[in-house]
Design a protein around this ligand. Sequence first.
Ligand SMILES: [Zn+2]
Length: 263
Amino acid sequence: MTLNDDELDRYARHLVLREVGGAGQAKLRDSAVLIVGIGGLGAPALQYLAAAGVGKITIIDDDIVSASNLQRQTIYRTDQIGQPKVEAARNFVSMLNPHVAVTALKGRIDAQNVDSLTKNHELILDCCDNFATRFLLAAASFRAKVPLVSAAIRGFDGQLSVWHPDGHSADRPCYHCFNPVRDPETLGDDDCAATGILGPVAGVLGTLQALEAMRTLISFGPDGALIGRMLLMDMLSGRQRLVKVSRDPHCTLCGDGGTAADA
Ligand SMILES: [Zn+2]
């Protein structure tokens, strides 16, 4: 529970915050977080969670660093083009904060591994770019009762929410309540290559995921984490809105009579 001298130095600006303090910092150190996708969202999320001292971080991604990533995925360098992202990301963290243990998995989340991966973590960050993975994570987080911090980006737009359904509270919907699509294949994925993405938009949303992850782990702020609420940001106009998302009693995942295995 106690922090050593190096930790007291490193996290001094957290420790003076009443909302974090020694107990909050120790909670971060003792937490394990899973980040799915280390691209536009996952790279900044990883950067801030590692800097903040989350003790164990698992990253999973099957991609390699390419030149077109570098405009927004600022943890990678030009000389790392061609390297697996998870390896480059693990090297980044080891130089940033040696207190963080990174487990790097080169591959994809699928129906076979999703439950074993989610259950060993206090929190999941959905930083993926496709609906199939997003639905898979939503169902697994519901089954494991592990909160899911999810973001999506396109062009100048971003959205952010935390899904932590309990199957009873109208204020705690799951991702399926918000997006009741049965077949994710019918939805168009966030294809940055086709639609484009302004670099800082990815940075803002990924960083907000790190913020919500810390808020969820430590529990700070008068309204708590963004559960049952969604932040919508239009960074072309600079406008943003916070909208309420309610639980659907007939939801196929968390609703009455719904089955997690059905999803
Ligand atoms: Zn639901």
